[in-house]
Design a protein around this ligand. Structure first.
Ligand SMILES: Cc1cc2nc3c(=O)[nH]c(=O)nc-3n(C[C@H](O)[C@H](O)[C@H](O)COP(=O)(O)OP(=O)(O)OC[C@H]3O[C@@H](n4cnc5c(N)ncnc54)[C@H](O)[C@@H]3O)c2cc1C
Ligand code: SF4
Length: 330
């Protein structure tokens, strides 16, 4: 068992104090539920001298219905998202995803902000100090090479958060707080295709809220993942799907987003070909092919990229079929 190193814990009560602490304290990290960060600190992957705990900031703790939809504070815990009646009713993929994260204890402490900003993961990185040292570390942490793609200079560690794909299919935006105050951006824009540095946030910036637009009638969404142990594990591959039908029972909107198959949660492109169509065998095969072609898992887990690509294609096809059939039945 590795012991936690010493660090100083700061508990700001408002957004500006958190930002000020982050600017003033060298080697500092924001802390939310700590269910990922503290594990990484214990393993020596992260060595911050200061932790800035965001959980005492009241203004990021609410789930609120607004004129334009729903606002979820970044400090809201996953069990509250999972159990929220409005999330279950209007954004079911988001409730599914919260329910699929780790186990019930993690859901009680883990937060929306921590899940969205979760570090990328890799078989060669999320290991103990002695394990990483005996492999001469890797590009993401102290080392010279990538064990996944030894010839290259890129890190392919996979973004493995479950919430983001579900939020993405519902068109989520996030509010970021930084030195210029609060600003809003599409959730997809806070991610970069870089396992080493996957968040598009400037120094000190942090996520304060997630906004979901009002959900329309005649739409359904769902999230499903594949994992080794059904009770607790990170996704090997995960898919969120949202579909709406028009009066003629043809597709008016379709959105699919993936997790754990790239360094960022990926929105599947090209689905507009299905708008105005009924879903049959040909269209389902088209979905599967498109997903399999766009997902680019690497050897970052114990399970082969080949298998994860097949699985993510199959889950996507299955979900599209299920949601379409359920919408047809009304
Ligand atoms: C055994 C185990 C299984 C797990 N399984 C899963 C799983 O199946 N799916 C999954 O998604 N996760 C899983 N996790 C990881 C983790 O529990 C969740 O991702 C959780 O949501 C992280 O949230 P947190 O509040 O604990 O984040 P923390 O650990 O506190 O922080 C995570 C990261 O986010 C940053 N951060 C936190 N809040 C903010 C903010 N508001 N703005 C900017 N940056 C911020 C932190 O600096 C840190 O880098 C698992 C963890 C364990 C230990
Ligand atoms: S993908 Fe390569 S560089 Fe990135 S964490 Fe894995 S081994 Fe390290």
């Amino acid at each position: 068992m590795e012991l936690l190193p010493n660090f100083k814990l700061h508990r700001p009560k408002d957004l500006s104090s958190a930002l000020k602490l982050k600017s003033n304290e060298p080697h500092s990290r924001y802390l939310a539920g700590g269910t990922d960060l503290v594990v990484n600190i214990r393993r020596g992957i992260e060595q911050p001298k200061n932790l800035i705990d965001l959980t005492s900031i009241e203004e990021v703790q609410e789930i609120e219905e607004t004129k334009s939809g729903l606002a979820i504070g970044s400090g809201v815990t996953l069990n509250r998202v999972r159990d929220s009646a409005v999330v279950q009713e209007s954004y079911p993929a988001v409730a599914d995803a919260a329910k699929a994260i780790a186990g019930p204890t993690h859901q009680q402490y883990g937060t929306v902000g921590g899940n969205i900003c979760l570090d990328t993961r890799c078989l060669f990185y999320n290991q103990s100090e002695w394990w990483r040292k005996s492999n001469d570390y890797c590009l993401k942490e102290r080392g010279e090479i990538c064990h996944v793609a030894p010839g290259g200079k890129r890190c392919f560690a996979a973004f493995s958060g479950d919430l983001s794909p579900a939020l993405l299919v519902h068109g989520a935006k996030v509010e970021i707080f930084g030195k210029n105050g609060a600003q809003e951006m599409d959730l997809k824009n806070i991610y970069k295709n870089d396992g080493l540095d996957h968040l598009n946030l400037q120094e000190g910036e942090f996520v304060t809220r997630v906004f979901l637009p009002k959900s329309t009638a005649n739409q359904k969404s769902r999230y499903k993942k594949s994992r080794i142990r059904g009770s607790i594990d990170f996704p090997l591959a995960g898919t969120a799907v949202r579909i709406s039908l028009d009066k003629k029972k043809t597709i008016s909107e379709i959105s699919i987003a993936l997790t754990a198959v790239n360094p960022y949660p990926q929105i599947v492109s090209g689905l507009e070909k299905l708008i105005g169509k009924k879903i049959g065998k040909v269209e389902l095969n088209m979905v599967q092919e498109m997903v399999q072609k766009q997902a680019k898992p690497m050897r970052t887990t114990t399970v082969s990229p080949w298998y994860r690509r097949r699985v993510v294609g199959s889950i996507s096809k299955k979900l599209v079929n299920e949601l379409y059939s359920e919408l047809l039945q009304g």
